[in-house]
Design a protein around this ligand. Sequence first.
Ligand SMILES: Cc1ncc(COP(=O)(O)O)c(C=O)c1O
Length: 417
Amino acid sequence: MANKTLPFSQEKLKRIVSQYGTPFHIYDEKAIRENARRLTQAFAWAPEFKEYFAVKATPNPYLLKILREEGFGADCSSLAELVLAEKSGITGENIMFTSNDTPAEEFMKAREIGAVINLDDITHIEFLEKVAGIPDLISFRYNPGPLRSGGNSIIGTPEDAKYGLTKEQLFHAYKIVQDKGVTRFGLHTMVISNELNPDYFIETAEMMFDLVVELKEKLGIKIEFVNFGGGIGIPYRPEQEPIKLEYVGEGVRKAYEERIASKNLHPLKLAMECGRVITGPYGYLVTRALHKKEIYKNYIGLDTCMVDLMRPGIYGAYHHVTVVGKEALPKDHVYDITGSLCENNDKFAVDRQLPRIDLGDLIVIHDTGAHGHAMGFNYNGKLRSAELLLKEDGTVDMIRRAETLEDYFATLDFSKL
Ligand SMILES: Cc1ncc(COP(=O)(O)O)c(C=O)c1O
């Protein structure tokens, strides 16, 4: 069983807490950079490989800048994410815009900054043409439907997912945009989420490579890039194994040689848009035990709540919990670790075996570096925490301050009461 460790000592964490207070998310720059390089290295064999970091996972410009420096682009799905990518220095075709049910202003912004537009539906061709015009390069999101099993509870089985075009629509769509003068074509899919079986990603690549061949044979279209989406899982539980990125890269290489290189379709650019596997394991939610409650069960109430991390509440997701300074003590207590929302699913852990927790103990919730702070909301008027960066040189910067009551009330005009 892997040990879930922290990138700081207890003394260092206490110093950070005394400066910034709790709660906060803190991200480990060194680990993020090393991990980004591992992904790039796994696809170093490819004629061209680009990871477009899924901005929705951790939409913080300081992290986007770090990832840009590592050669990553940005996968955006909203106006705000496009602006964030732009402000982080990620420009033009280094941005993929993969949206659904897209408002006009989002297509307009994507066109304005020259992002690669990846359409989610055949009807969006006409919509895009009307609101922003058709660019030279267009990509479509493929939904393989029941042809492809292996979806999971977050994204669902492909046939139940709202995303993408059917195969028949896909062929029709390329023909339509070709007739409208499009000269460059991309192909995209995203069929799984938080998946730890590496073979699924290789199978997805095989499926997509076969489609590239078919598009060439049937429509004469030469696809310029294939984007396999994100969805690589992380070991939230200590007993789980991380995906070996090298294994995925090698499996995709074999599929590329067999299905693309041998068919004279080389060079084909490859892309992914992972979020979770890039930053997820390198973020930590640091909180304090505020209350202890003993009724039918034993509860530890934290000074945070699900506005800072809603995955356990909405998916029943496991996040590892460390009681700082008590790592070596026996886990001889059973607690539900709760937040302060008036919702009974506001629990970070249920029936968790932990060492005895005392009021004031620092509690760290692991693996919050993706889809953590980002998913926050303001129900109950709760305010989201700050985000900190543990830099490579060991110093700490605040990269987003905590929300204030003024932020919460900023959309109200009390003077008209
Ligand atoms: C279109 C798209 N791309 C990429 C991602 C990133 O997924 P993950 O963080 O699991 O890699 C998502 C997640 O919701 C998505 O919807």
